[in-house]
Design a protein around this ligand. Sequence first.
Ligand code: AMP
Length: 254
Amino acid sequence: MTQLIENIKDWRSLRGELAKENKSVGFVPTMGALHEGHSSLVRKSKSENDVTLVSIFVNPTQFEDSQDLEKYPRTLVEDLKRLESDGADYVLFPRAEDMYADKYQYQVVENILSRDLCGAHRPGHFQGVLTVVLKLLNIAEAHRAYFGEKDFQQYVLIRGMAEAFFLKTEIVPCPTVREQDGLAMSSRNTRLSSDDRQRATLFPELLEHTTNPEEITRRLIDRGFFVDYIEEKWGRRFGAVRLGDVRLIDNVKI
Ligand code: AMP
């Protein structure tokens, strides 16, 4: 049975019990609207730990666009069903007032990587991400925490933060899970119109098979995409595009 915990204090006392029993804890932080990508992280955590905690928290401080925050899909009932069938042990569903009792007075700032790629287009985004992830990692006190390579820049920043602040939790990367047609699974995909959903497959296809970033950009623009960036670094080809008001990101190894 998956147990829902809404109070951070309740998890902390449970965490104390688990420590006494010498249980290893795996942690999967999410913003809900769960899909197979999230489930793959939960399954990996289950295979490597005695107990798996999943958090669902739509973090307001990482949305620079209030419309995007408002429209972010919220599907708690379905999420709990999925987590039950994935075998997650605990789901933490904290209140924003508890997470931000300090009213976001304290923040984690990274000055180099967070200004690149998505950070260049979403000012303040990674500050919000790093701050909430530090809070969640401190709450969870997990042995391992699992992050998707779909958000590779986020993974690199979290790994760097964990190192910089001597966090005890091991940061574990997990491969991107895709739809059959190649589109990386994302909670935002459900907001694409059926026309845009069909068009969206061109994005991973070009990232994977076209080597020249300028050519990828040109071909995407020709098909009606708005391109934030297509760039190569860290042995990967990264992209962020928009179809209507839905922003998609992806990256592939090169
Ligand atoms: P989110 O709920 O979008 O904040 O994502 C929570 C975690 O799931 C993050 O570590 C994401 O990188 C990861 N994730 C989201 N989509 C995928 C995917 N398609 N494949 C693998 N991991 C994913």
